[in-house]
Design a binder for this molecule. Structure first.
Ligand code: URA
Length: 274
C-alpha cells in the first residue's frame, strides 16, 4: 500500500483551524507526553491489585504545571464571591482577576479582557466573552462585532468615552467555544461587582448568554430584547435592556431594524434619567 503523503504546513494549519485551534498558546511547543523532570512520588504499596484501568496507567504521569492547577468549582465560586465583594475599586478588581487562578480559561487565554470605556459612564454594555481579536488586544469588542457595537453606540449619540463595555467572562474560551455553566458561575461575581462599581443608569445586555446570566431569565433573546428589566446592583435598582449581540446582527442583518428600536428606547431612558 502506498502511504499517504505527509501534509504540508498549509494543510496542517487548515486542519487545526477547522478543529477550532486558531492561536498558539506559547512561543515554543510543549510535549505533554514527555517524561516530567521530577519523578512522580511512588505510590504506596497496595495489598490488593489495583483496578484494571489503574494498572494500565503509566507509572509516572506527566506533572501538571502548578499554574494550571485550578481549585474545585465550589471553592472557586466562593473565592470569587468573597474577592468581588471586598474589591473596593475597579482597579482592585482587575488586579485580583489578573491573579485569580480559579477559572481554567485564564490558562488558555492570552490575556485578561477586563473592560473598555469610561468607568464614570451612565451606560454599560455587557457581552458574553472575548473572541480572538479581544484576546490579542486585551480589550472587549475590538473585532468585527466590536466595530458594529461602536456604530450602535454612535446611534445613541455616544462613543467609548461615554460608555463602559465588559463581558460576563473576561477570558477567551479556547476556539470561541461556549463557556460552561461552571465557568459562568465562577466569573459572575466579578461582572456583578463591576456593574455595582460603575453604577450606570442603564445596563444593556448583548445577546442571549449575557441577558440570561445577568437578568436571571430563561427566555430567549427574541422574547427579552426591547424589554425593560429591573437590575439590582446591590446598592440600587437600575434599568436594564436586552438587545441583539452585534455578532448576531452581522449574521442576520434583518434584525438591525429591531435593534435600532431598542437603541432608541435606550437613548430615551438615558434622557429621562438625566
Ligand atoms: N463578543 C463578545 O461577547 N464580547 C467581545 O468582547 C467580543 C465579541
Amino acid at each position: 500500500m502506498i502511504p499517504e503523503p505527509a501534509p504540508n504546513v498549509r494543510q496542517l494549519l487548515a486542519f487545526y483551524l477547522e478543529a477550532g485551534v486558531d492561536c498558539a498558546l506559547t512561543e515554543e511547543p510543549v510535549d505533554r507526553l514527555a517524561e516530567p523532570d521530577t519523578p512522580a512520588v511512588p505510590a504506596p504499596a497496595r495489598e490488593t491489585a489495583p483496578p484494571r484501568s489503574a494498572r494500565e496507567m503509566p507509572a509516572a504521569m506527566p506533572a501538571v504545571p502548578r499554574s494550571e492547577i485550578v481549585p474545585a468549582p465550589e471553592a472557586a465560586i466562593a473565592l470569587a464571591r468573597e474577592a468581588a465583594r471586598t474589591a473596593p475599586t475597579l482597579e482592585a478588581l482587575r488586579t485580583f482577576l489578573e491573579n485569580f487562578e480559579g477559572c481554567a480559561l485564564r490558562n488558555t487565554a492570552t490575556r485578561l479582557v477586563f473592560a473598555d470605556g469610561n468607568p464614570q459612564a451612565r451606560i454599560m454594555f455587557v457581552g458574553e466573552a472575548p473572541g480572538r481579536d479581544e484576546d490579542i488586544e486585551g480589550l472587549p469588542f475590538v473585532g468585527r462585532s466590536g466595530k458594529l457595537l461602536d456604530r450602535m453606540i454612535a446611534a445613541i449619540g455616544l462613543d467609548r468615552s461615554k460608555a463602559y463595555i465588559a463581558n460576563v467572562i473576561p477570558w477567551r474560551p479556547p476556539g470561541n467555544r461556549t463557556p460552561t455553566p461552571q465557568e459562568t458561575q465562577i466569573c459572575l461575581p466579578f461582572i456583578q461587582r463591576q456593574i455595582q462599581l460603575v453604577n450606570p443608569d442603564v445596563l444593556v445586555t448583548l445577546g442571549n448568554p449575557s441577558t440570561q446570566t445577568l437578568l436571571s431569565t430563561r427566555d430567549g433573546i427574541m422574547k427579552t430584547r426591547g424589554r425593560w428589566f429591573d437590575y439590582d446592583t446591590g446598592t440600587r435598582t437600575i434599568r436594564a435592556m436586552a438587545t441583539f449581540h452585534p455578532a448576531y446582527l452581522l449574521r442576520s442583518p434583518s434584525y438591525k431594524r429591531m435593534s435600532w428600536q431598542d437603541l432608541r428606547a435606550i437613548a430615551k431612558a438615558l434622557e429621562q434619567a438625566n
